[in-house]
Design a protein. Structure first.
Length: 343
C-alpha cells in the first residue's frame, strides 16, 4: 500500500497540484489582461475605459465572464454540432497545455523535457486546427473564409518563427527551455541576452507573434468591413468566451516565449544587488508584462494591414531574412569557434 501511495498516488496528486498552481494564476492573468487592454488603450486615446463595475472598474472582467456564462448558446441549424463545440475547446486547451514546459524560475517548471522548444512549436502549430474546425462547422461562408484566412496567416508566420528559433538554438546547443535561459547568463547582464546579438531576429519574432495570435495590426480574421468578425461569427456565450480566453492566453504564452528566447527569462537585468534581491519569477512576470504592453501599444497605434501586405511581409520579407540569418549565425559560430560544445 505504501509503495502504491509513494509510487503512483502521491506523484499524481503532486502533478495535479502543480497544474492548478499554473492554470489558476494564468486564467486570472487572462481575465485581467482584457481589463488592462481596455485601460491602456483608453489612456492612449485619452478616454477612461472601464470604471463603473467595482473600484476603478476592477470587477469588469468578472462581470463580462458572468454575462457570457449566463447567455444562451446558439447553435446554427445546419452546423456540425460536435465539431462546432470542439473547436473552441481545442483552441482554449492548447493555449493552456503549452505552459507545461515554461520555466518560471530555475527548477520551477512542470516538465523540464529536453525537447521543450519542439513541444512549444508543435502546440502553437496545432492551434490552426481549432480555427479551421470552427470555421468549417459553422456552415457559414463568412466563418469559413475567415478560418481559411486565419489558418493561412498562422501557418505563414510560423515558418519564419521556426527559423528565428533555430538561430537561438544554434547559440545555445540545446532544445531545453531552461538551458536557453541559463545560456544567457554572464557578466554582461541584460546586454548579454540574445536580444542584443540577435536583435533583428528578436524584432521578427515579436512581429510574428502578433500575426500568430491574430493581433493588431494583423487581426485580419476580424476584419469587420468584409468578414463580419471572421471564423467565430456564429459563436455566442461560453463557446465564444473560450475563443476569447484562448486568444489572450496565447498572447501571454507568446510574450513568455519572447522573454525566454531573447530577454533572459527569469534572469535579473544585472547580476548584482539590488537586482538579485528580487526573485526570478517576478522578473519573468515583469518581462511578460512589458511584452504584453507592447502588444497593446501596437494595437492603439497602427492601422490594420491589407491581406496581401500581410502575406508579402511573411513570405517575401521575414522568411528570406530569417533563413539568411540561420546561415549567417551558423557561419559566425563556426568561423570564430563559438558554437556550443566546441573549444
Amino acid at each position: 500500500m505504501i509503495e502504491l501511495w509513494d509510487g503512483y498516488v502521491w506523484p499524481t496528486i503532486w502533478i495535479v497540484i502543480k497544474i492548478v498552481l499554473i492554470v489558476g494564476p494564468l486564467l486570472l492573468a487572462v481575465a485581467y489582461l482584457t481589463y488592462a487592454e481596455r485601460k491602456v488603450i483608453a489612456a492612449m486615446h485619452l478616454r477612461k475605459g472601464p470604471n463603473v463595475v467595482g473600484p476603478f472598474g476592477l470587477l469588469q472582467p468578472m462581470a463580462d465572464g458572468l454575462k457570457l456564462f449566463l447567455k444562451e448558446t446558439i447553435l446554427p441549424s445546419r452546423a456540425n454540432r460536435v465539431v462546432f463545440l470542439i473547436g473552441p475547446m481545442v483552441t482554449f486547451l492548447l493555449s493552456l497545455i503549452a505552459w507545461a514546459v515554461i520555466p518560471f524560475g530555475e527548477g520551477l517548471v512542470l516538465a523540464d523535457i529536453n525537447v521543450g522548444i519542439l513541444y512549444l512549436f508543435a502546440i502553437s502549430s496545432l492551434g490552426v486546427y481549432g480555427v479551421i474546425m470552427a470555421g468549417w462547422a459553422s456552415n457559414s461562408k463568412y466563418a469559413f473564409l475567415g478560418a481559411l484566412r486565419s489558418a493561412a496567416q498562422m501557418v505563414s508566420y510560423e515558418v519564419s518563427m521556426g527559423f528565428v528559433m533555430i538561430t537561438v538554438l544554434l547559440c545555445v546547443g540545446s532544445l531545453n527551455v531552461t538551458e536557453i535561459v541559463l545560456a544567457q547568463q554572464g557578466p554582461w547582464g541584460m546586454f548579454g541576452w540574445f536580444w542584443s546579438p540577435l536583435f533583428p531576429m528578436a524584432v521578427i519574432f515579436f512581429i510574428s507573434t502578433l500575426a500568430e495570435t491574430n493581433r493588431h495590426p494583423f487581426d485580419l480574421p476580424e476584419a469587420e468591413a468584409e468578414l463580419v468578425a471572421g471564423f467565430n461569427v456564429e459563436y455566442s456565450a461560453m463557446p465564444f468566451a473560450l475563443f476569447y480566453l484562448g486568444e489572450y492566453a496565447n498572447m501571454i504564452l507568446m510574450a513568455a516565449m519572447t522573454s525566454i528566447l531573447f530577454l533572459g527569462g527569469w534572469l535579473p537585468p544585472f547580476d548584482i544587488a539590488p537586482f538579485t534581491w528580487i526573485p526570478g519569477p517576478i522578473w519573468f512576470a515583469l518581462k511578460i508584462a512589458t511584452c504584453l504592453f507592447v502588444f497593446l501599444w501596437v494595437r492603439a497605434t497602427f492601422p490594420r494591414y491589407r491581406y496581401d501586405q500581410l502575406m508579402r511581409l511573411g513570405w517575401k520579407v521575414f522568411l528570406p531574412v530569417s533563413l539568411a540569418a540561420v546561415v549567417i549565425v551558423s557561419g559566425v559560430l563556426i568561423a570564430f569557434d563559438l558554437a556550443p560544445g566546441t573549444s
